[in-house]
Design a protein around this ligand. Structure first.
Ligand SMILES: CC(C)(COP(=O)(O)OP(=O)(O)OC[C@H]1O[C@@H](n2cnc3c(N)ncnc32)[C@H](O)[C@@H]1OP(=O)(O)O)[C@@H](O)C(=O)NCCC(=O)NCCS
Length: 167
């Protein structure tokens, strides 16, 4: 399918409800079969609750970017400085427009920011069973650096690869 050229804009407080709803829609299309519904609900509340997103917007070490195709909001990428490294913390594209280069454009945008700030690489965490995302990250130059099992509270763990893209 043809690639879609998107416009990337910063998330602002009025966007928060729409970002939270978009996250739920994409997570429900992605994670059943990878993690339980209880874990999906827990993580959505933990990461995309409105108050959490308002807090993220005020954090000088976090950047929340959203992608639009025309007037339609089709995805988002959040990045942050995490333990002295530059991390792509969230990358989510609506299922209708996946595999049309949108994720790639957001990765390029985030990597340019990391490079401008002087970081040698971009890192991310991805569930070991999220094969589509892993192949997409490989396509854009990420390689597995380590594996982790992180306790995220609520009796849940994240079973992830840490991937790294050198800049
Ligand atoms: C993973 C994701 C961010 C990639 O963004 P995207 O816009 O779909 O990807 P792009 O079009 O830029 O890149 C395409 C590559 O991604 C991978 N990919 C994306 N969708 C895929 C699918 N349905 N099946 C297989 N591979 C897929 C392939 O490597 C593909 O390359 P190819 O078309 O040359 O084979 C996006 O598919 C997504 O949001 N997925 C659901 C949420 C998710 O898993 N996010 C990552 C959490 S860590």
């Amino acid at each position: 399918m043809n690639s879609l050229n998107i416009q990337i804009r910063p998330v602002t407080p009025p966007d928060v409800p729409a970002i939270s709803a978009l996250a739920r829609e994409i997570w429900q299309a992605t994670y059943p079969g990878i993690i339980t519904q209880a874990q999906i609900d827990f993580m959505l509340e933990q990461r995309y609750g409105h108050e959490r997103l308002y807090d993220d917007l005020e954090d000088a070490d976090k950047w929340l970017d959203q992608g639009f195709y025309g007037e339609r909001r089709i995805g988002f990428a959040f990045s942050e400085i995490y333990q002295d490294e530059f991390k792509l913390d969230k990358l989510y594209i609506h299922p209708d427009v996946q595999r049309r280069g949108v994720g790639g454009q957001l990765i390029t945008h985030v990597a340019a920011r990391a490079e401008k700030l002087g970081y040698p690489c971009v890192i991310l965490a991805v569930n070991k069973r999220n094969e589509k995302a892993i192949s997409s990250y490989r396509k854009y130059g990420f390689a597995v650096r380590e594996t982790i099992v992180a306790d995220i509270g609520g009796g849940f763990v994240m079973d992830d690869y840490i991937m790294e893209k050198k800049l």
